[in-house]
Design a protein around this ligand. Sequence first.
Ligand SMILES: [Zn+2]
Length: 124
Amino acid sequence: MEFIKNISERAKDIGEKAKEITKRSGELLEVTKMRYEISKLEKIMVNNIEAIGELYYRKFKGEEELAAEIERLCQATQGVEQDIQKLREQIEKLMPKPAACPKCGTELPEGAKYCPDCGTKVAE
Ligand SMILES: [Zn+2]
């Protein structure tokens, strides 16, 4: 009886572990998707800024009634920039940066007690 109980508890343990891993890989997939989204948005930004530049130049050469179009494009571009920023913040939340040495800023390996670079004690 004890033996059977142990097995079912172990199975539950593994189940929890698997759930954790699934959650983790789900997050990684999410981060990959967000990175892809960012690269798309960055391309849109480059295109917009190029278009804004062209419109400004045409305005400079005397073409009229471009101000509204420039304004619209600038607004849209700012929106895209904010979306990129939001996505970056979400990625940051899902993938926190590893701890760094307070003295020299070197990234610390997990569980490090001393900085591998300058030797500063970092564990409390
Ligand atoms: Zn250090």
